[in-house]
Write a protein that binds this ligand. Structure first.
Ligand SMILES: [Zn+2]
Length: 78
């Protein structure tokens, strides 16, 4: 995952964007990522790296991995 200063695929503004974990076709800025309805299930949201909150460190790695693996299996089968 790399941070680029590119045009956000959602709002169209030039902002520090990252590739969306849920859809690798999308470049998303933290603002739009926060507004995404899928943020609750997203294992690696864009905004997580913009706001250094201690609580984010407490997220269970195994849980995030489980969600990610589930998504990957869906992508592979679809
Ligand atoms: Zn945006």
């Amino acid at each position: 995952m790399t941070i680029y200063w590119e045009r956000c695929s959602i709002c169209g503004l030039h902002r520090p964007t990252r590739t969306c974990v849920m859809d690798e076709e999308l470049m998303v800025c933290p603002h739009c990522c926060l507004a995404c309805p899928r943020r609750n299930v997203c294992p690696n949201p864009v905004w997580k790296f913009e706001i250094p909150v201690r609580k984010t460190m407490k997220i269970k790695k195994s849980e995030a991995q489980k969600v990610l693996m589930d998504l990957l299996s869906k992508l592979e089968s679809g």
